[in-house]
Every structure is written in C-alpha cells, then in structure tokens.
Design a protein around this ligand. Sequence first.
Ligand code: DX5
Ligand code: ZN
Length: 234
Amino acid sequence: MNDAMRIAPSLLSADFAKLGEEVTAVIAAGADLIHFDVMDNHYVPNLTVGPLVCQAIKPYATVPIDVHLMVKPVDALIPMFAQAGASIISFHPEASEHIDRTIQLIHAQGLRAGLVLNPATPLQVLDHVLDQLNLVLLMSVNPGFGGQSFIESVLPKIEAVRKRIDHTGRDIWLEVDGGVKADNAQRVGSAGADTLVAGSAVFTGGRYKQSIGAIRAQALLGQEGRWASRPEVA
Ligand code: DX5
Ligand code: ZN
C-alpha cells in the first residue's frame, strides 16, 4: 500500500459483468483499496450492490475493501458486510439515528470505521466522534452517481478537516470521493487529502495503470507543496 497517497478505484464505474477481473486489473494497476459503493434507492436515489457482491469479489481483492454505505438505516448491514469481507465501513451521519452506536458496531466487528460528510454536511458532526474514527470521507459530489463534477467549495473543507485530524495526533485517513481526476488531484492533495476515490477517472478509457498513476502523481505534487508551505512546527 502506498501510504503517502492512497488511490481507491470505485467499482461503480467498472464493468459489472466481470467485476472479479476488474478488481484484479485495478489492483495490478496500483489500486491501494477497492472502493465499494452501496446505494439503497432510499438514502440516495440509485440502487447498486450489497453484501453478496462484496463476498463475490473478496477472493480477488488482495487489498482492503473500502465499503461506502449510502443506505438508511445502517446498522443491520454492518455485520453482513463484515461477514462479506469488508475492511473499512463508512456511513453517512444523516442515515444513522445513533452515530456513536454505529461506529461502535463497526469496531465490534473488528473493522475500521469511517464517517462520510456530504458537501453541505457541517464539520460539527465530527466534534464528539473524531477520536473514534479511522477515516473521514469527504464527498466532493452529492452521493448517488458516478461521473459527476467535482464541487470546488469542498477544497477549504478538506483543509479544515486536515487541521482537525492533525490536532488529534492520530492516524486518521482523510479520503475524498467524487469527481476526482488527474486535473484536480493536485488541489485535493494540496488541501490535505491522503486517500482519493476515483471511479470514472480510472475506469473510463481502460488504461487503469496510466490513470491511477496520473492521479497519484498529481496528488503527491499537491501534498509536497503543502508540506513545503507549512510553517515550522516546534
Ligand atoms: C458517489 C460515489 C462515488 C462515485 C465516484 O455517490 O460515492 O464513489 O462512484 O465516482 P466518480 O469518481 O466518477 O465521481
Ligand atoms: Zn463512494
């Protein structure tokens, strides 16, 4: 795994008729995680895949499966995805009646827990739970569909979450999801993201290695610039 800048291809833009091959191909092309988007036609308007499909791809996934739940309610699906081979489960606070309990349920399954903030979700939802999280996932599109345009106003939000995470001193990943491509990855890296989801930018065109490499290279450029412009920490 490339821990400086992790790339998580979203299977939403893969060929669903040959998902196992697609997983193998993106891992060979450098994927650090497999991003698995679960939509329920209730919390979001789209309908995708569940634990059965997660279990089916698990034998091909030699990297962690990063499950992004866009479902309401959340809790009953957690043991099912744990059973199906998930390593990380992230959920939206709007979809859970008891955010703290849902995080505990994920940890009780031995998995890493992430909270997902939509473009308009305020950062206050992190106030009392950040220390329990392994991952903050910032949406840079409204959830529901692949192939949407990156929402620029999320950039300062990434910076603000980066500061909060740094303040904890803990190894909490900062993942950004939606409309990420080589064109904007430098700005996303510069704002402080360390994990980038990319669906259409990886799978469209079929040149997975080149696409993943270009996104990572741009994001690392942004990250280096960020470190260079950082004030000295005593
Ligand atoms: C959107 C999903 C994303 C999506 C990303 O609701 O959570 O993971 O698949 O796709 P692109 O990279 O095409 O925006
Ligand atoms: Zn996603």
